[in-house]
Design a protein around this ligand. Structure first.
Ligand SMILES: [Fe+2]
Length: 284
């Protein structure tokens, strides 16, 4: 398999030229750990040059309108200027030395707490279940220019492409898992990387080629790595997210990672889990 097959769809609510936000690469590879990028030995990352989509790839990733609830959907949106304004102080810290420590201090400051409140009010407005108590929003600052950003904290290594596992639902039940919104609070572009095949279909592909009893109870990231070993030429997609842009994605159903490749200032994100949707606007 070396061409995108229909699966996960992308819906853009921001005013950008959405197709230009999307690119694909040639496939995947095992990551080589270095001092600066301490990848886990089993980590897998995208391989090859990123390029723009062909017409058929664009059609494959475009969300049908209206997108039905079963379609695994990634939404791209612009955070309202008033909400972003409350993080202006944080953005100013990012060109200074030790900015990652300063970001931590900002989060505990009165300004930081007030900004979080402002964001939570906005998040509530795009929640499909506003009565549900909200989780705490989390701000993370990572070094610049990382091909992938997610760290396995207990193992002190970079995960590479992975599946989130907060709900611990079986892999064929991930349609019911919550999603999350992640905002680029930094001052440069960052990316969302993803495999456009939802995990339940990844399992089907793996089961056709590899004997793996109890696959649906295996960790999603492990299943993803078997898939990548079987199909190393299957492309990974990336979405460019400028400052103030956010994505809503079912990251317990879609194999993914963040990336700050090419940046020179820290990658700062705000993340909140819930049941979010902003689906009212244009398809790509
Ligand atoms: Fe993740």
């Amino acid at each position: 398999m070396n061409k995108l097959i229909p699966g996960v769809r992308v819906l853009c609510h921001s005013a950008d030229d959405a197709p230009s936000l999307l690119q694909v690469c040639e496939g995947t590879q095992h990551a080589v750990p270095t001092t600066d990028l301490p990848y886990l030995p089993e980590a897998v990352i995208p391989r090859g040059q990123w390029r723009d989509l062909t017409q058929s790839e664009r059609a494959c990733l475009s969300a049908p309108m209206p997108a039905d609830r079963q379609t695994p959907l990634i939404e791209i949106l612009q955070i309202p200027p008033l909400v972003l304004e409350s993080y202006a102080e944080l953005r100013q810290l990012l060109s200074a030395p030790n900015s990652q420590d300063r970001v931590r201090s900002f989060c505990h400051s009165t300004t930081g707490k007030s900004a979080a409140q402002s964001f939570c009010t906005f998040a509530n407005s795009i929640s499909s279940d506003p009565s549900q108590p909200q989780q705490k929003c989390i701000i993370v600052a990572k070094p610049a220019d990382m091909p992938t950003t997610t760290e396995d904290v207990p193992r002190k290594g970079l995960n590479g492409l992975h599946l989130d596992n907060w709900t611990r639902l079986p892999l064929d039940g991930r349609k019911d898992a919550e999603n999350r919104i992640v905002v680029n609070l930094g001052i440069q572009d960052r990316f969302l990387l993803f495999l456009n095949i939802p995990i339940e279909e990844v399992c089907e592909h793996v089961m056709k080629h590899a004997r793996k009893p109890d696959l649906l109870r295996t960790r999603g990231t492990e299943v993803a790595r078997i898939f990548f070993a079987l199909f190393p030429d299957y492309p990974i997609v990336r979405i460019r997210l400028g400052p103030g842009k956010a994505y809503i994605a079912p990251t317990e159903r879609v194999i993914h990672d963040g990336s700050s490749e090419g940046s020179s200032t820290p990658d700062v994100t705000l993340m909140l889990r819930g049941n979010f949707t902003a689906r009212t606007c244009c398809a790509i």
